[in-house]
Design a binder for this molecule. Structure first.
Ligand code: RIB
Ligand code: NA
Length: 304
């Protein structure tokens, strides 16, 4: 294979302001100076993978504007092959991000060009899929584009999905996931929407993992913050511990986790091993500001 990982997804300019607390409706608060970082869940995954040493490509769409050039420069600097980054059609996606003193963030995304990444763009990139061992995706691009992606997986390749931001998913997409990677919120949205009932899905993460598996994925990873993660297959569930660090900015840590897990799977690791490694990568990422700038090299992960 030419690529260890092909990421299908979004690229955003992250406009970040630090705040003491978030404003309520109708309120104004003063924050820090503005920082502009390359971000977006797809672009983040691609940079995280390349920093870890994986041969990586990104299928995405940016605008023909300064934010788009910022994103392309960041992909190239990290060593991502930008051959699949399409330009034009709408302004580059933007994420308005506030980060509070605990390192937690709130994000509003304007999809812009991400919303114009179409199933036709996926079909035109069929060669990239055939050359890739693992394909990963998120949900900041149209759902039909992600569904089209799983129709082009090479024989023997693997598909990893972080359904963020979450919504109910079609069975065809769920059945392709190995694993589906969710946090608590994503698990609940997908489960509540599965039968259209919006029913309460309870508070037991093992129960979420089993219920998600019943929807079709071959494996599921439920991330639980300080509680680590659950790795689940139809026959068993195991817990992977978290790595304790002082968080300054959690933005994009989940993207680093997904990318690291996908890379380790591509290198032949078991899902459990891959999740352990991914937890360490995510831990390094939260100790540094920004998303892409916070991602470690393999040597930095080994040093943790
Ligand atoms: O997951 C973090 C990312 O979410 C940010 O980089 C921002 O662009 C939003 O897409
Ligand atoms: Na970070």
């Amino acid at each position: 294979d030419e690529y260890d990982l092909l990421v299908v997804g979004s690229a955003n300019a992250d406009l970040v302001i630090g705040v003491e607390r978030r404003p309520a409706a109708g309120e104004t608060v003063l924050g820090s100076d503005l920082a502009v970082h390359p971000g977006g869940k797809g672009a983040n995954q691609a940079v995280a993978a390349a920093r870890l040493g994986a041969r990586t490509a990104l299928l995405a769409r940016v605008g023909d504007d300064a934010h788009g050039r910022l994103l392309l420069d960041a992909q190239r600097a990290a060593g991502v092959d930008p051959v699949g980054v399409l330009v034009g059609g709408a302004p580059t996606g933007v994420a308005l991000i506030t980060v509070d003193p605990s390192g937690d963030n709130s994000i509003v995304v304007s999809p812009g060009a991400n919303g114009r990444l179409t199933p036709e763009d996926v079909r035109a990139a069929a060669g990239l899929f055939q050359a890739s061992r693992v394909v990963s995706a998120q949900l900041e691009v149209p759902l039909e584009t992600v569904v089209e992606a799983v129709r082009h997986l090479a024989p023997g390749s693997r598909f990893v999905l972080n359904p963020s931001p979450p919504r109910p998913l079609p069975r065809e997409l769920l059945e392709a996931c190995d694993p589906l990677i969710v946090n608590e919120h994503e698990a609940k949205v997908i489960l509540a929407g599965a039968d259209g009932s919006g029913a309460d899905v309870g508070e037991d993460p093992q129960g979420w993992a089993r219920a998600l598996l019943a929807l079709g994925p071959r494996s599921v990873v439920v991330t639980l913050g300080a509680e680590g993660a659950l790795v689940a297959w139809p026959e068993r569930v195991v817990r992977v511990p978290s790595v304790t660090v002082d968080a300054v900015d959690t933005t994009g840590a989940g993207d680093a986790f997904t990318a690291a897990l996908a890379c380790r799977l591509g290198a032949g690791a078991s899902l459990q091993e891959a999740a352990r490694y991914a937890a360490r990568v995510g831990a390094v990422a939260v100790t540094r500001h920004g998303a892409q700038e916070s991602y470690p090299t393999a040597a930095e992960v080994d040093a943790l």
